[in-house]
Design a protein around this ligand. Structure first.
Ligand code: PNS
Length: 168
């Protein structure tokens, strides 16, 4: 007879700046959601890094494009990710890896988080091929120089980016 697994279902956090959310982020959200029943999409508030969008605007865009989905929470947090993870009982952090250049940064961050909270596992998902070169910073640069970003972000986000250019 199979033993019943009584371990609590893991809560996973997908933390990022989301300044703004891209199609690459959304791809990770849906793939992480397929694996974890309880996923927290968490916007990191960093007082030292002024983004193009306020944290409130980032949350609003995430809520609009992800919508209400069972098992997905959209939040922001201040301070260390490990402290937030402990507070909400999360044991898994999801991060995407695009190319080799991401690796060193992600590896160091995962090791530091592991040092600070040994029970926290960072799981990396390889970015889907079509999003390999998509990043929020590249999208912002494209917009600044008049490029079309419709292929890389949801249309609502593209509209907000265009609006920011007109009224920074
Ligand atoms: O989208 P980003 O900017 O690559 O995301 C980086 C993020 C937000 C995941 C990372 O900077 C973070 O976890 N910030 C919270 C503060 C923290 O815990 N810093 C120590 C990480 S070793």
């Amino acid at each position: 007879m199979l033993k019943q697994d009584l371990r609590p279902k893991p809560v996973a956090i997908f933390p990022a700046s989301f300044d703004p959310v891209t199609n690459g982020h959304l791809d990770l959200v849906s793939r992480a959601r397929a694996v974890f029943d309880d996923l927290i999409v968490a916007v990191a508030e960093n007082p030292d890094k002024r983004g193009m969008f306020s944290v409130g605007e980032r949350l609003e865009m995430l809520e609009a494009v992800i919508g209400r989905q069972p098992g997905v929470r959209i939040v922001s947090f201040e301070g260390l990710l490990v402290d937030y993870a402990r507070a909400v009982g999360a044991r898994v952090v999801i991060r995407g890896l695009r190319a080799v250049v991401d690796f060193e940064y992600e590896f160091e961050m995962a090791l530091m988080n592991k040092h600070l909270y040994p029970d926290l596992e960072t799981l990396f998902m390889m970015t889907s091929q079509e999003y390999l070169y998509v990043s929020a910073s590249r999208v912002k640069e494209l917009v600044r120089f008049g490029g079309n970003v419709e292929d890389f972000v949801p249309s609502l986000v593209a509209a907000r980016l265009a609006e920011k250019l007109r009224r920074p």
